[in-house]
Design a protein. Structure first.
Length: 270
């Protein structure tokens, strides 16, 4: 993490799962501890130990370059009222709180405040997440670059030009890990029903999803091509895929799944 990052300061509000993942990523990337401040009233034992060991301040000494909001959506109003006075004219507000729109955040700051709304996902905890981010018109290019660097501590970053995309982003990548974990559960259950011992069925299901995901990450081939490569005409994979790919199969089910999650995201944003 370079490019003048040592000349900026960050005030992180919330050091739970996502906020904590970002903080650990910043520290691992060499972000100066003296430029960090963290407000977390109820840290986990691990986070409390990290904050004590690094001696990170709990309040910034001046208006930070970036104010990072990493608290639960239902806590945002109370937290914003408390921390808004810390923001200066040059402060960018970076929110990773699900469902809180730029408009709802802006109400707590001056109308011209630079605000970035981002949606990371659970693999951020191991630095393998994907975060989609939207910047309002007041975000300058240097502020956007800085927020991108901060978010990249948790994995890849994809910028979107329309805030409304974030509802679909939430439904696909934000909620997506839950779908994958459930797929492992279902595959293990199917293996047990096919006669495998429960522990072996779960081991095979977990390792298969892990391995396929890593192959997808490393390969330059499309998911469709990888699928075709493992599918011999008339073979076992083709027989299984004929069920998943039927008219009311996996495609239709995932469309309904993503649509339901996106609709819920819109409802939570109202």
């Amino acid at each position: 993490m370079n490019g003048g990052i040592d000349k900026v300061s960050v005030f992180l509000i919330g050091a739970g799962r996502m906020g904590g993942a970002l903080l650990r990523g910043w520290l691992a990337a060499g972000f100066p501890v003296a430029s960090l401040a963290v407000k977390e009233p109820h840290p986990s034992p691990e986070m409390a130990a990290l904050l004590k060991a690094t001696e990170i301040a709990d309040q910034p000494s001046s208006a930070p370059s970036v104010l990072v909001l990493a608290v639960k959506p239902q806590m945002m109003t109370k937290v914003l009222d408390e921390v808004a006075p810390h923001a200066g004219p040059q402060t960018a507000v970076l929110s990773i709180a699900a469902g809180r729109t730029v408009a709802s955040i802006t109400r707590h700051f001056s109308p011209n405040t630079a605000i970035v709304r981002a949606m990371p996902n659970l693999p951020a905890e191991i630095g393998r997440g994907i975060t989609a981010a939207f910047a309002n018109p007041h975000v300058t290019t240097p502020q956007r670059d800085l927020c991108g660097k901060l978010l990249s501590a948790a994995g890849d970053v994809a910028w979107v030009e329309d805030e409304s995309y974030l509802d679909a982003v939430t439904a696909v990548s934000g909620s997506g890990p839950g779908y994958v974990f459930y797929l492992v559960e279902c595959l293990a259950t199917a293996g047990r029903d096919a006669g495998l011992p429960p522990d072996l069925a779960e081991k095979l299901a977990r390792a298969t999803i892990e391995g396929a995901g890593e192959l997808l990450r490393r390969s330059s081939l499309s998911p469709a091509q990888l699928r075709e490569n493992v599918t011999s005409p008339g073979g076992t994979t083709a027989a299984g895929l004929s069920v998943l790919m039927r008219e009311r199969g996996l495609t239709a089910l995932l469309r309904e799944t993503v649509a339901a999650a996106a609709q819920r995201s819109r409802e939570l944003s109202e």
